[in-house]
Write a protein that binds this ligand. Structure first.
Ligand code: FAD
Ligand code: DLZ
Length: 512
């Protein structure tokens, strides 16, 4: 039967709530899912990410067929280079005038799609992605006329709008909007960390793993350790595991760093949310219910909900509001090439070694590893903004530019002139020591500033302050720090900066 419309389903839109699918007519429309070289290679994606997406796409195609949809599926081995070519090939066999798609999550692809009507001679119907809780228009309206786009105020509006963690009079549950102060406890083995489950791999997933290993031999990712859910049902079961075993301790140790586990009490669900296997509001409601049922504290529930209803929606809003200029930001003029250890984890700085190797091997690091270990190093060292952003986009299983870019360029590197954060997330080795147990295993000491064995984060922190002293002095939140630096003698300051340069040189090796 000739299809009246072709519906393109992207690899991160694997949800029945995808508006292009929800509005499709199973009897009339043809759904297309395509594994293509361009999407799989625009950065050297972690192999876990490619395997997760391909396996989830194949499982989802089966589910769609079982629900009565006509589905055309292109595998990577079919050798189709791009989504545009995939459409062209399918339309040769199934001529149709209209292609419908839910808007893509990355500006790059949106731009490419703008050329499709002419290149393919079709009408392209692009639907807004209704799987997010704030539409583009709503975020724009919220941002309109504000001098600063503070997440906290956006988050409060979202709580009010969706009626999450509210008293009957509209005030926040427990009398406060935010329990962040209680969620910063350092990790000192206070609890037993729950063991993550080993997930069963379907035949489809095993097949994908073998194909990905062969097709992407040099990409990061140890596929022996692949342990991601590839269907909505499995992802839901992973979330249920989190609710039962980790949520009660999620808030308190959210900022903890440990040798003992890559995940600590984190949910490990961002990748499922981002590709459509889980729905954000449902998770927030379940966590709120867990609090009502006495299963977790209000601070744990609020801490988790803030990440999803607040941060996740907010960064997406910022991205689409400010692209494409946003990607060009380099407010601190950071241009140092990325050191080789970002790709091989060969560094003797323990916290960094652990965070980078885990990121490469598993495609996962929790927020504080991304922000205060790796991101902090990149910020202090002045690593090139584009190179760092590309690394984050490549390495993490959950990385899509709409969420990766504001977090990396804005939050971690402070390259957006302060849109995302009112001050740089810069910290010395003392912070890393306070938050966890890496320093005990490290050859560097966080209590020393200079000299052999001193933690490089310390001197690099002050070198960063020194480099940006003028600009930082104008920031009221940095006043105390910049004044402290100015109080030091010129000789002291010079000794620290010289040592920082030397320590950095040792860490990153000679320029490549
Ligand atoms: P949890 O700590 O359990 O948090 C629960 C959920 O909240 C996450 O699954 C995620 O969906 C959401 N969330 C938490 N923090 C953020 C945030 N800052 N922005 C958006 N959503 C958030 N997240 C991505 O999904 N993709 C990325 O590419 C990405 N890149 C990042 C880069 C940097 C430099 C930083 C600092 C953060 C980045 N984050 C990114 C946000 C965050 O680190 C991850 O969402 C989180 O670590 C995922 O692990 P989890 O599911 O165990 O999260
Ligand atoms: C990330 C990714 C990868 C690795 N491969 C594919 C693919 O082969 N086909 C596809 O439709 N989508 C893939 N994706 C996800 C897309 O890159 C994603 O839809 C865009 O980056 C927009 O967010």
């Amino acid at each position: 039967m000739p299809a009246s419309r072709l519906v393109l389903v992207l690899g991160d839109q694997l949800s029945l709530a995808n508006p292009a699918i929800a509005s499709a007519d199973p009897g009339e429309d043809l759904l297309l899912l395509a594994e293509v070289a361009e999407e799989a290679s625009y950065v050297p994606h972690n192999r876990h990410k490619i395997a997760l997406i391909f396996s989830a796409m194949r499982h989802f195609a089966e589910e769609l067929r079982a629900r009565g949809f006509q589905v055309h599926y292109i595998r990577l081995a079919d050798g189709v280079p791009s989504l545009q070519v995939a459409l062209a090939q399918v339309m040769e066999r199934h001529p149709c005038a209209t292609v419908r798609v839910c808007e893509p999550g990355e500006y790059r692809l949106r731009l490419a799609m703008a050329g499709w009507p002419q290149a393919l001679g079709i009408e392209l119907e692009m639907l807004e992605d209704s799987r997010f809780l704030a539409s583009h228009g709503e975020f724009r309206a919220w941002a309109q006329g504000r001098k600063q786009l503070r997440m906290e105020y956006f988050y409060r509006d979202m709580r009010r709008r969706y009626g999450v963690l509210l008293e009957t009079d509209g005030q926040p549950a427990g009398g406060r909007w935010n329990y962040d102060q209680e969620n910063r406890v350092g990790w000192r083995q206070q609890r037993e960390i729950p063991q993550r489950r080993r997930l069963q791999q379907s035949a489809l997933t095993r097949e994908v793993l073998a194909e990905v290993a062969e097709a992407f031999p040099s990409n990061p990712g140890d596929l022996q350790q692949f342990n991601y859910a590839c269907t909505a049902t499995e992802a839901r079961s992973e979330f249920d595991w989190f609710l039962r075993h980790a949520l009660p301790d999620f808030g308190r140790y959210q900022d903890g760093l440990t040798e003992a586990s890559p995940w600590l009490f984190h949910s490990k669900i961002s990748m499922y949310l981002n590709i459509g296997l889980l729905e954000p509001l449902e998770l927030c409601r379940d966590v709120e219910q867990a609090w009502h049922d006495g299963h977790c504290s209000l601070s744990a529930a609020e801490g988790f909900i803030r990440q999803i209803l607040g941060w996740r929606e907010y960064v997406r809003g910022v991205y689409w509001l400010l692209m494409p200029d946003y990607a060009e930001g380099n407010g601190l003029d950071a241009r140092m090439p990325l050191p080789a250890f970002f790709w091989n984890a060969e560094t003797d700085l323990r916290c960094l070694q652990r965070a980078v190797s885990q990121s490469l091997d598993l495609g996962y690091a929790h927020h504080i590893q991304r922000l205060m270990v790796i991101g902090n190093f990149a910020l202090l060292a002045g690593l090139d903004v584009k190179a760092v952003c590309e690394w984050y986009l490549a390495v993490y299983v959950d990385a899509f530019e709409w969420v990766e870019l504001p977090n990396t360029l804005g939050m971690a590197l402070h390259a957006d002139g302060g849109v995302m954060a009112s001050k740089p997330y810069a910290a010395s080795g003392k912070y890393i020591q306070r938050q966890g147990d890496h320093c005990r295993e490290c050859r560097y000491s966080p209590s020393r500033m200079t000299g052999e064995g001193a933690c490089p984060y310390n001197a690099l922190y002050w070198r960063f302050i020194d480099r940006h002293l003028e600009a930082l002095s104008e920031n009221p939140r940095m006043g105390l720090i910049t004044a402290n630096w100015r109080k030091r003698s010129a000789a002291d300051r010079e000794a620290i900066v010289v040592w920082a340069d030397q320590a950095l040189q040792q860490l990153v090796g000679p320029p490549g």
